[in-house]
Design a protein around this ligand. Structure first.
Ligand SMILES: [Zn+2]
Length: 347
């Protein structure tokens, strides 16, 4: 086991298909542009950093964490370009991609190759994708580009056709459990409980060990259930409280107010979605006051709103819309399944 948070690629086992493919490609030394797609919490960023360790580190598969590996994981290695949105921006712009194109045109400084990773690849806007085409089609010598995304629908067909698509599958609960036990030293019982609750999302399962996260989860589930059964002013009070919230689990990452709010909203959606999938599977009872809501429809409704988040600036608007739709569903026993766009067109 590695001493560092992310091991080398040789030590990862959660995505056997992906790991086999990547090791094969690395052995051939093929220079490539990739899109890595799959649900949240399935190890896309972990695999990207693990692969860079394997590419850059000269100490072999058992390296416990040399200076190079540490530079990779802190994203400070001069040949690793970790491309994020500019402060306060909702997308990755033409300027960001032009700057990356320039950096990639130089030879690597110390590593055998350069690697560019865009952890939110689905936020590269259309003009920036167009500016990126030539580099993706024919990356400079010794360059690997990895665009990470939960879905491929935000990419232009011209980008998709120039990148090799690598799919990350949702992790089975048993895989999440064994990673928690073997890599993170959890007890099998704790690991099993967290794995089942997280629905194949390792990132979420890991948070089960963090009391600020478990408190948040408990509060959100209670709040949402109560607000749905209560009066509208209660919802307004609740969302303004959430708007101000800075939960500890966000860590000390540098976030703008908008990003923080969006992360809180996303976490709320995920937590409530997980609660309703347990309700659907009969693992947790539905409170009497919410028995009018069909669990499958609630899940689809939550997923629909979760899917909207990357596309819209205002997550608060999405949360309000979600609440209205669920409230209406509780009254009628039927949740509106039309998409946001369809509804907007109708108005
Ligand atoms: Zn190393």
């Amino acid at each position: 086991m590695s001493d560092l948070a992310v091991p080398r690629l040789e030590k990862l086992t959660s995505q056997p298909e992906v790991e086999k493919l990547l090791k094969g490609l690395l052995a051939q030394g093929s220079v490539q542009s990739y899109i890595w797609a799959g649900p949240e919490g399935t190890g896309k960023k972990t695999h990207a950093l693990a692969m860079v360790r394997t590419l850059f580190c000269q100490e072999g598969p058992d390296c416990p964490g040399c200076a190079v590996c540490k530079q990779v994981l802190s994203k400070s290695h001069p040949d690793l370009f970790w491309v994020e949105r500019a402060e306060g921006k909702n997308e990755i712009s033409v300027d960001d991609i032009l700057a990356l194109n320039r950096k990639l045109s130089n030879a690597p400084l110390s590593a055998p190759c350069k690697v560019a990773i865009v952890p939110e690849g689905d936020r590269i806007n259309e003009s920036a994708q167009n500016v990126f085409l030539k580099t993706l089609e024919e990356p400079p010598a010794n360059t690997i580009i990895i665009l990470i995304a939960s879905k491929t629908s935000k990419f232009l067909p011209t980008v998709l056709s120039r990148c090799r698509l690598v799919r990350f599958a949702a992790l089975p609960a048993s895989t999440v459990q064994s990673i928690l036990v073997q890599t993170h030293g959890w007890s099998p019982a704790d690991a099993q409980a967290a794995a089942e609750e997280a629905n194949g999302n390792l990132t979420l399962a890991l948070k089960a060990g963090d009391s600020s996260w478990t408190d948040f989860r408990k509060k959100v589930c209670e709040d949402m259930d109560r607000a749905l059964q209560g009066k509208d002013p209660e919802w307004l009070k609740l969302v303004s409280e959430y708007d101000q919230w800075e939960p500890d689990f966000l860590g000390d990452e540098e976030l703008t107010a908008t990003q923080r709010k969006s992360q809180v909203h996303q976490a709320i959606l995920q937590v409530y979605l997980n609660l309703w999938s347990r309700r659907l599977m009969g693992q947790t009872p539905v409170p009497a006051g919410l028995s009018g809501l069909p669990p499958e429809q609630v899940l689809r409704c939550l997923q629909k709103h979760q899917d909207m988040i990357p596309a819209y600036l205002g997550t608060r608007m999405i949360m309000d819309h979600l609440f209205l739709e669920l409230r209406e569903g509780l009254k009628t026993g039927q949740i509106d399944e039309r998409s946001f766009i369809e509804l907007a067109v109708q108005v």
